[in-house]
Design a protein around this ligand. Structure first.
Ligand code: HEM
Length: 466
């Protein structure tokens, strides 16, 4: 047995710590919003739903963005076997993001808006975020040095970083009158940029997950294989062209909608592959179920399947007409950002942060409870949103339309289920991230005298649960 390590905390690890804190904050705002579904007008004077929704969405979106950046920056160094090109840029990037996020959250609390949906903060704050992202790009390219014969995940990281910058800037084109003055152009560009932006951060997270899988399996066969590159190009193709389902309801060119519908259907290939590989996935999962990081990969795999199924269903123009603007869209967004993005990032967080001066052994029970609670309650949470969405979709297109208040009354049981499941899910997530954050904090301040005595070796990705 090798003693637990006393390594200095890395800056790239701090990105993950900051991301986990944002997840905790985002969950709190999510619950507040869920309560406002149930009790309309709750906290209306001080923190109305108009403030709580962006507070929640921005916190969780930045959990994903900071987590993805931390994952890429850490794994990049493990991949090259070298230090990052510039530690100064790395630190400046983190500080820029932390200060910008704090400014964004404060601006919502004091009611300063001015941006568009999802980026509702004053547009000036987009400037430091852009600068921080350019730092990311420079540090990445300089650290990789050569792109020859690189595994698929390096290409995914590069694609994700470049496309995020592009689509983030694109989402601000509305500040120019040329785009703003034509509502259809404005909305088309806006929703196109959002669709592709999600595809960009997915590239960063999926690439990091492939790196992690290679690390667990201890070989790089998959990341250099043809199938890995075929799947990468399918993802890239979708990132660029499948955003049309966001604008089915806009009176724009029909060919845009037809192309994007056809492109969306290429994702059936990914779906088919998951089904075909189901049997072998289950046996590999059984073999690795004792690894904390692997457990999150398994649950994320289930959510890739469920989300893709719902997304393909929603991409059918006739059905999209019904689902548009209902809780089914929210179910799709939350299913993807929680079930896929958040679980993959937790797998990565457990890999990167479990290599500390303190043992995780005392937290096994807490972890197990948190894992099952979060995984099961997410399913109930998702189903209740879809249920509410179906009722609203029927109401939206019914003639003659019943009263809005009658429809809202019908939604109540779904909102109750949504809130209860949301509370259970929040508890689950907090139980999962508690040991990670506690160990980081205590190791940082070296207040770990008691548990330092415990010996054992917990190398990355091999934190055993049973
Ligand atoms: C990891 C955890 C979570 C993530 C990543 C997440 C993500 C998101 C995202 C992306 C949206 C925007 C959806 C859209 O506009 O289509 C959203 C909205 C929302 N979320 Fe969450 N969420 C999380 C947890 C929760 C929890 C625990 C609750 C509590 C019940 C909650 C309640 C809400 C509410 C009420 C909205 C507003 C929906 C609306 O506008 O009608 N979320 N969330």
């Amino acid at each position: 047995m090798v003693p637990l390590n006393n390594k200095k905390r890395t800056v790239s690890g701090l990105y993950i710590v900051a991301a986990l804190l944002l997840l905790g904050i985002g969950l709190f705002w999510g619950l507040t919003g869920g309560l406002q579904y149930l009790i309309p007008g709750f906290l209306k004077e001080s923190l109305s739903f108009e403030k709580v929704r962006p507070l929640h969405v921005s916190s969780v979106v930045f959990w994903i963005i900071l987590g993805a950046m931390g994952a890429v920056l850490t794994y990049l160094q493990q991949h090259t076997g070298r230090q990052i090109y510039s530690h100064l840029i790395l630190k400046m990037q983190l500080l820029i993001f932390i200060f910008s996020i704090i400014a964004i959250l404060i601006s919502y609390c004091i009611g300063m808006f001015g941006g568009r949906e999802y980026w509702e903060y004053p547009p000036l704050l987009a400037l430091p975020i852009t600068i921080g992202w350019i730092f990311f790009l420079i540090n990445f390219i300089k650290s990789v040095k050569s792109f020859r014969k690189q595994p698929v995940y390096v290409w995914m990281w590069l694609t994700g970083i470049v496309f995020f910058l592009f689509t983030f800037l694109e989402s601000y084109l509305w500040i120019f009158p040329y785009f703003r003055n034509n509502i259809v152009t404005d909305m088309t560009v806006q929703w196109k940029s959002y669709g592709s932006m999600v595809g960009s951060w997915n590239m960063l997270i999926y690439g990091s997950s492939i790196f992690l899988m290679d690390k667990i399996n201890n070989n790089k066969t998959y990341s250099h294989s043809n199938i890995a590159f075929i799947l990468y190009f399918t993802g890239l193709f979708n990132l660029m062209f499948n955003w049309g389902h966001h604008i089915y309801t806009l009176p724009t060119y029909a060919y845009i909608k037809h192309i994007s519908y056809a492109v969306s259907m290429t994702e059936l290939f990914i779906l088919g592959r998951i089904i075909l590989k189901w049997k072998s996935s289950v046996s590999i999962a059984k073999k690795n179920f004792h690894l904390a990081a692997y457990r999150f990969l398994i649950v994320a795999d289930v959510w890739v399947f469920l989300t893709l199924l719902l997304a393909l269903f929603m991409s059918i123009p006739g059905i999209n007409l019904y689902t548009h603007g209902t809780h089914i869209t929210v179910a799709h967004t939350m299913g993807a950002t929680i079930g896929i993005n958040s679980f993959l990032l937790l797998a990565i967080a457990f890999d990167i942060l479990n290599d500390t001066c303190r043992s995780f052994v005392p937290y096994k029970k807490i972890f197990n409870n948190g894992y099952w609670l979060a995984s099961i309650s997410l399913l109930v949470f998702w189903i209740s949103l879809i249920g509410a969405g179906i009722i609203k979709a029927k109401w939206q297109l019914s003639t003659p339309q019943t009263l809005f208040s009658d429809m809202m009354l019908k939604l109540r049981p779904f909102f109750i289920a949504f809130f209860i499941a949301g509370t259970a899910m929040t508890t689950g997530f907090l139980l999962i991230i508690y040991p990670l954050l506690k160990n980081q904090l205590l190791c940082y301040f070296k207040k770990n005298s008691k548990e330092k005595k415990i010996t054992g070796y917990y190398p990355s990705a091999t934190f055993r649960i049973e």
